[in-house]
Design a protein around this ligand. Structure first.
Ligand code: A2P
Length: 259
């Protein structure tokens, strides 16, 4: 990670709940990234930079960069970042990194992007990359949160994907979204994704062949540590190998960053 920080202007802010918001910033010309990667962003506090890793949610073609963030009341960065306004400046690190890339998976028929909370962030970019649809015939995004109101961003994302200038036609044929909540009894779809996979309800609801099979399925995970660990164990039991170092496997994972 380059040590040099640059300042970029905030161009847009949208708040969803007391704990979730998205914002857009100018994209410096030098900043190249691949869908699924992250950068360090931050603010200067008392003359010192406070930087955290944030997945880029905007597509590679976008002239700006977008981020989706939690607001942690006492979080060193997000307690401040949540107050940014259009025209303010934030710090941005020199380059994008990370290996949560569809490119880093073996070819397969179905790609499952499984997320909780702000873990949906990298998939927002991946779902607007033509390469994703060229590599996989079917692409499924699952997003699970505690409350239905926390699904607002991913629901908006579905619209963006189906109306994307490059991917819309492919996405309409190949992409499906599946949401569930765990602590909001009024929402029609209930349950942790791990339970919905085990019971087969996920596949029944989508009307697709049941089970995750390393011959056919590829999986990318982004959520809390517990979520990643539980799903990693489930996948390994089912015979999936994780991409690591020089080995390209059937699944990949990344921790959802919190700052
Ligand atoms: P639950 O409400 O049953 O804990 P969090 O806000 O704690 O990061 O959780 C976001 C979502 O991820 C919640 O719906 C939560 O369900 C779910 N979740 C947390 N841990 C796991 C896990 N190990 N496997 C699957 N889902 C999980």
């Amino acid at each position: 990670m380059a040590a040099v920080d640059h300042r970029v202007k905030v161009t847009f802010v949208e708040h969803y709940t007391d704990s979730l918001f998205r914002f857009r910033v100018e994209r410096p010309e030098y900043l190249k990234f691949r869908a699924g990667q992250f950068v360090m962003i931050g603010l200067e506090v008392d003359g010192k930079p406070i930087m955290r890793a944030y997945s880029i949610t905007s597509p590679e073609w976008d002239e700006e960069l977008e981020f989706y963030s939690i607001k942690v009341p006492n979080g060193p960065l997000t307690s401040r970042l949540q107050h940014i306004k259009v025209g303010d400046e934030i710090l941005l690190s020199g380059r994008a990194v990370g290996n949560l890339l569809p490119f880093s998976l073996l070819q397969g028929q179905r790609l499952w992007l499984l997320s909780t909370g702000t873990g949906v962030a990298p998939f927002a970019s991946i779902l607007r990359d033509e390469g994703t649809y060229q590599k996989f015939e079917e692409v499924y995004l699952t997003h699970t949160c505690r409350q239905a109101e926390e699904l607002q961003y991913s629901k908006q994302l579905v619209d963006w994907v189906y109306n994307d200038p490059l991917c819309d036609e492919l996405a309409k044929k190949q992409f499906r979204y599946y949401s569930s909540v765990t602590r909001d009894p009024d929402y029609p779809r209930q349950g942790r994704i791990t339970d919905l996979i085990r019971s087969g309800k996920l596949f029944d609801d989508l009307g697709v062949p049941a089970g995750l099979d390393p011959e056919r399925d590829r999986v990318m995970l982004c959520g809390s540590m517990e979520f990643n660990t539980e799903l990693r164990d489930m996948l390994e039991e089912a015979g999936f190998k994780q991409t690591s170092g020089r080995t390209v496997g059937e699944f990949l994972l990344e921790k959802a960053f919190v700052g």
